[in-house]
Write a protein that binds this ligand. Structure first.
Ligand SMILES: NC(=O)c1ccc[n+]([C@@H]2O[C@H](COP(=O)([O-])OP(=O)(O)OC[C@H]3O[C@@H](n4cnc5c(N)ncnc54)[C@H](O)[C@@H]3O)[C@@H](O)[C@H]2O)c1
Length: 502
């Protein structure tokens, strides 16, 4: 690690030379690095669009699309933000290159990969942290402190939620730019079942209550939202609930999904008190069901100003802070490789449970070699398709089908605007503040010409290539957007007439 004097949150002026592997999400940490003794000296991404953005922000850094060249470069640690199902293999490559690792969620995709990763960390003797950030919002950190002090007693039951409609990310990069070539879907967001993305909802419950999962069960949900490339197994556009037993005997409902009501609500019931956290925090204290329920304020003390500037309710700041602190001062971070395994495995096994008729599975403790041995050859994983070829036939006109991702992005946006207006109009007389309905109508009126163009293009593309996932997705969007109605003459005149009511 190099030495360079800068103002620092730590007692040392040692600096850590950091490389970012995966420059989409990886770049969200960039601005916080300097204050945490981290110098970003290298970046790696296949994608030119991401490399250009990184090089502009960091002109002195080494940037490459070649992972081997990146890992051979001279620096101390990697912030790993490559494709989600590739994290285990990529983390092992980092460790073998002698780099400490801060890995984005999740830690691994199969049980066998988990075993390999745990043992690679043990063998390397380097620091491995998981960048699970949701436990570190101000309300969650406040709750963790009070839980440790015994305010809530024993955990009886909790509910954690990460319900986030991320459908458009099957067709775009993380910054909303449509994926190129436009007929290829996102590497993993086009097919991964939401059970595999289980850490943002389970992580806070583990961290706050100090418990670890021991058994998991899940029943499958059948329905998905339109515009989901992987409908038969739901992908990231379905619902993924599971029930988990924790090691103190409590039960947790872990809910992930992309559906029609984004929520990140956490509810805790202890034997002495209860709590409900969103971006606000309510406690019910007194030990009975009708005890007083009051809101409390929570912040991060002297680090509030810095944490507030970071993404995900301050959580991004804390995972980077804990990683730097462990490297500089040796204090263990909350998510080492073992708690990373604890928070990752329930998703893998919940998926397994949901496709096996709700069979429950014990969650092994990967701290113990004996328990790891049972999963050493467990390569079972969700079926995935090839996102590069699934939408259109091989011989399709590349220029025409190359418009697909932009078109799907537009269709998702315009359809959402149209549906919001149309569905709210069905209950317009019951709305307490109807002014908002006028705004919804204005949005449809403003975008109507562009929506017509998108709908017509979708009709043509689906007709030209009627077989395959591309046509199916386009038809779903055309149906959800009531294309026949929207394309009829007189449609917009009727909305303008309705608009005058508000
Ligand atoms: N904690 C959070 O709040 C949060 C938020 C967003 C994303 N994430 C996680 O961060 C990770 C990255 O997510 P993202 O949103 O940037 O999406 P992404 O999966 O599209 O980004 C991965 C990036 O890494 C690059 N890449 C992948 N493998 C590579 C390789 N071997 N060599 C060079 N480049 C490679 C890709 O080109 C891409 O730009 C994901 O695992 C995701 O789960 C976490």
């Amino acid at each position: 690690m190099s030495k360079r004097r800068q103002s620092s949150l730590f007692k040392t002026d040692k600096r850590i030379r950091l490389g970012l592997w995966g420059l989409g999400r990886g770049m969200s940490f960039y601005k916080m690095c300097a204050a945490l003794n981290l110098d970003v000296v290298a970046g790696c991404d296949y994608n030119e669009h991401m490399r250009v953005r990184f090089a502009e922000a960091n002109p002195g850094a080494f940037v490459t699309d070649d992972a081997e060249a990146f890992l051979n470069a001279d620096f101390d640690a990697v912030l790993l933000a490559t494709f989600c199902p590739a994290h285990a293999g990529d983390a092992i490559a980092c460790l073998e290159a002698g780099k400490h690792v801060l890995s984005e969620v999740t830690s691994f995709h199969t049980m066998a990969e988990g075993v390999r990763l745990v043992e690679a960390v043990e063998k390397a003797g380097l620091v491995y942290n998981l960048a699970e950030n949701y436990p570190f919002s101000a309300p969650h950190m406040y709750l963790a402190q009070k839980w440790r002090e015994g305010l809530f007693g024993d955990l009886m039951y909790a509910e954690g939620e990460y319900v986030h409609d991320v459908r458009s990310l099957a067709f775009t990069y993380i910054d909303g730019v449509p994926i190129v070539p436009g007929y290829t879907l996102h590497n993993w967001r086009s097919w991964l079942h939401f059970h595999y993305y289980c850490t943002h909802s389970l992580g806070p419950i583990m961290t706050i209550t100090g418990t670890r999962p021991t058994r998991v069960v899940s029943l499958p949900g059948k329905h998905t939202l339109p515009g989901n490339p992987m409908p038969k197994v739901q992908g990231l556009a379905g619902i993924a609930p599971s029930l988990i037993t924790m090691d103190n005997g409590a039960v947790v409902r872990n809910l992930m999904g992309a559906t029609t009501n984004d929520v990140h609500t956490f509810r805790y019931w202890g034997t002495r008190g209860a709590a409900e956290a969103t971006d606000r925090l309510f406690l019910r204290l007194g030990g009975t069901g009708e005890s007083p329920k009051l809101e409390v304020k929570a912040d991060w003390g002297e680090l509030t100003a810095l944490a507030e500037k970071a993404g995900h309710g301050g959580g991004d700041f804390w995972v980077l802070y804990y990683f730097a602190r462990q490297l500089l001062e040796g204090t263990p971070a909350p998510f080492d490789i073992y708690s990373a395994a604890d928070v990752t495995i329930p998703g893998i096994l919940a998926y397994r449970s949901s496709v096996n008729g709700g069979q429950p599975y014990d969650v092994p403790d990967f701290r113990k070699k004996k328990e790891r041995d049972c999963y050493r050859n467990d390569h079972d994983a969700q079926h995935r398709f090839n996102p590069n070829t699934v939408c259109f036939p091989k011989g399709a006109d590349k220029a025409q089908v190359g418009r697909f991702n932009s078109l799907m992005t537009d269709l998702l946006r315009y359809t959402a605007q149209y549906r919001a207006y149309t569905d709210w109009m069905r209950v317009a007389d019951d709305v307490i503040d109807p002014k908002r309905l006028g705004d919804l109508a204005d949005t449809v009126i403003q975008n109507h010409a562009a929506m017509r163009v998108a709908l017509r293009e979708a009709q043509t593309l689906a007709k030209t290539y009627p077989k395959g996932e591309g046509a199916r997705l386009l038809h779903e969007m055309l149906e959800t957007a009531d294309a026949d109605r929207v394309l009829k003459p007189g449609f917009i005149a009727r909305i303008k007439k309705d608009r005058s009511r508000f």
